[in-house]
Write a protein that binds this ligand. Structure first.
Ligand code: ACM
Length: 253
């Protein structure tokens, strides 16, 4: 499976150009499965509710249509983060494939001022059984709660798609442990750049990465450049949780 991480620099509220800026490198780097950052189309640093209400889209909104068109044309899957307008507002990610929208995950563990604008996810941690393997999603700060990745692993995930907008430094190294302790692949796609809006000044740390079930960092992107990386992974390596003849990783809990 050709797995791609896409590291972008979203500009706040410039949805059309943010979507175009993400699709441009994807058009040039062929892959079977692409992961984009959290809130990649809107930007992150909302100052008031009215901005979220204006920029949020239903799951099958304009951004989804652009991603579905790309997936259909390239026979691939894409996971991307967006502000979801439903009965409430959620910090969500969507999984689309060649036949359209497959599913949505709503971020469970909201970080910092996200708590002012979004409702916590109410869909749990769903798994999607695709022809290419079993995939789950978590979003950014979910990494800080080992239960997120563990829940996905217990439900059979081979790959965790992890759209992110990281501001603290620890996640890229911590994902090595998340993958090791669950024997899963993870694709953490983070953004770069800075958003200083209102009194809140946030800088994002890049370092998007793909980590193997053995905790190897198969690829890590730089801290402050946009980019895309494609790694050929064998998702079946995440299927056996047996470490040796005595230790079954999940069975031994
Ligand atoms: C984060 O959850 N965006 C840090």
């Amino acid at each position: 499976l050709l797995l791609a991480i896409v590291q972008t620099n979203p500009q706040f509220a410039s949805v059309d150009s943010n979507v175009r800026a993400a699709l441009a490198p994807m058009e040039k780097a062929q892959a079977d499965f692409y992961v984009l950052p959290e809130l990649f189309n809107t930007g992150y640093n909302f100052t008031e509710m009215a901005e979220v209400e204006k920029l949020a889209e239903p799951a099958e909104g304009t951004t989804c249509k652009a991603m579905m068109e790309f997936s259909r044309r390239n026979s691939c899957y894409v996971v991307y983060g967006f502000a979801e307008k439903s009965n409430r507002l959620y910090n969500s990610s969507a999984l689309v494939g060649p036949d359209g929208l497959i599913g949505v995950y709503r971020k469970v563990h909201l970080y910092y001022r996200e708590n002012l604008f979004f409702a916590p996810g109410n869909l749990g941690f769903p798994i999607f059984d695709l022809p290419i393997g079993r995939v789950g999603m978590m979003i950014c700060f979910d990494w800080f709660y080992p239960e997120s990745a563990r829940t996905l692993a217990l439900r059979g995930a081979q790959l965790i798609a992890h759209p992110s907008n990281l501001v603290m430094p620890h996640c890229p190294d911590a994902m090595v442990t998340r993958c090791l302790e669950n024997r899963v692949f993870a694709a953490t796609s983070n953004r770069i750049g800075r958003e200083h809006r209102g009194n809140t000044d946030l800088s994002f740390i890049g370092k998007s990465e793909i980590v193997s079930p053995r905790g190897e960092i198969l690829k890590r992107l730089p801290e402050s450049e946009e980019g895309i990386a494609v790694v050929d992974v064998n998702l079946s390596q995440a299927s056996s949780k047996r470490l040796n003849e005595f230790n079954d990783l999940l069975g031994g809990r």
